[in-house]
Design a protein. Sequence first.
Length: 413
Amino acid sequence: MRIERHRRRFFGKSRESAKCSILNPVVSKIPRKLVRIEGNGPDDGNPLLFGLDAESLAARMAAVGEPAWRGRQLAEAIYRQRVVELSEITTLPKALQQRLTAEGWQVGRPKIVQVFQSKDGTERYLVHCEGEYALTVETVWMPEGDDGESGDGTDPSDESAKRHQQATLCVSSQVGCAVNCQFCLTAKLGLQRNLTAGEIAGQVLTVFDRQCVEVGRDRVNLVFMGMGEPFLNYDNFMAAVRLLVREAGLSPQRMTVSTSGIVPGIERFAVEPPEFRPKLAISLNAPNDQIRSEIMPINRKWPIQTVVDAVRLVKLRPRERITFEYVLLGGVTDRPEQAAEVARLIRRTGLPAKVNLIAWNPGSGIAYATPQPEAVEAFRSTLMAAGIPAYLRKPRGRDIYAACGQLKRTVEG
Ligand code: SF4
């Protein structure tokens, strides 16, 4: 019974939202390598405090006979002070710490278990997630960003923001992915499971600790563009955003979520309150439906126009733009006439938009080619000439399989 409850917690929403036939075959698998963690946790079977918001923590404290304000103390310690052991939460009396520990409670924040360092300074982490089904997920720290999501209107001459002002953290929302983009190594894993809100938010605070990031002083861009499709794990993804904003104090305006075009997810996202809504990026990658359906099978379910119609529902903040991500595949999507077609497509949308170009990063077993630098530059120039801001995302951490589309928990890097 307890296993089934956890299975629903980890898999439930994804299964329901993955009704399209493109997604079903992989979503329905339960990974063979999942490891069950034994423990004497609390009665509801979830001994992890990390991932619960202040209100839920208060309810937990009340359930064990403690005043509800203990929940606020716990939230402050876990998310603001980033304490990882119950015994180190100084606002809790020793006796209470010991009692909670004896009853099986733990903070349970995900931990970095392996680090891969690139010669360009990028770090890729395998992050171990606690819980009944323990496993690792990938997170990437780019100390100088990748020129993709730093343009948020903040003043680069602001002295107080010098430290980490360009850093970008790429966060995963699922282990593996069901969307099956043909150019992406993560797709090779299939979907193994959804991450919980705590596992998504935990990647951020764990890396912040390693990089000594101080929230409020340092400004780091978060991009939800790691492993997985965030909008196929919508509830947990947005719960993680709320934890990061409300409990940890991060700004949603320094967060960007990228979707392959999951229309029901975009429609839900459009009505999120602005104080908890990250910026939106659409992974476009092709100039028309024919090519997009070949390289992104999800396009057969939700073609470009349907996606654009859903994006129009998002009420943008002043100066906010929709980002269109475009992976350039040599000889497939990088031709001059295709650049002109993309420019026309984006102008037709009427959306305030910019384009992030990504020269395809090689992955073993994927038969595409990295485009020539001249083709990339020509593509960008065509977009710019059409009045569309276009940026080339620098390939970060290619040598450690950390670049865009390369996240497959590769350990031989
Ligand atoms: S590009 Fe993103 S959505 Fe597509 S398979 Fe890879 S991780 Fe999934």
